[in-house]
Structure formats: C-alpha cells, structure tokens
Design a protein. Structure first.
Length: 70
C-alpha cells in the first residue's frame, strides 16, 4: 500500500482551485467550493502585510539555508 492516498497533482487541486477562484485578498473557499467574503479583519491590507512579514521572518530563522524573497 502506498503511503499517500493521492498523487502530488491530486493533492494540489484544492490549492489551485482556491487561488484561481478568488479574485481579491480576504476571500475564502468554503464547502461546497463557494467563494465567501472573510471577516472585516481579513480585508485589511496592513494585517496581510504583517502576516507576510512574520511568515518570512519565521521561515528565515527556522529553516537553514532558505532565503525568503521580499
């Protein structure tokens, strides 16, 4: 029995669907594959930028040899 139930391509389908079906930041894909608006906080660009900065910082500090582009 294979260790995974899906191929990497089958596993990527939900992510690819999500990035192609939302047309602006702060939207979410909810079952059954419906685009919905997020909360008021999810619409704030400054919070999104803060999250990206924190993500870059954490990755660069915890994953040796990885440079995160800005």
């Amino acid at each position: 029995m294979a260790p995974f139930k899906k191929t990497q391509f089958e596993g990527a389908v939900p992510s690819v669907y999500a990035v192609t079906m939302t047309d602006r930041s702060g939207q979410y894909i909810c079952p059954p594959a419906t685009v919905e608006e997020g909360s008021d906080l999810s619409q704030k660009d400054q919070l999104a930028n803060n999250l990206m900065d924190l993500t870059r910082k954490v990755i660069s500090e915890t994953v040796p040899g990885v440079e995160v582009a800005v």
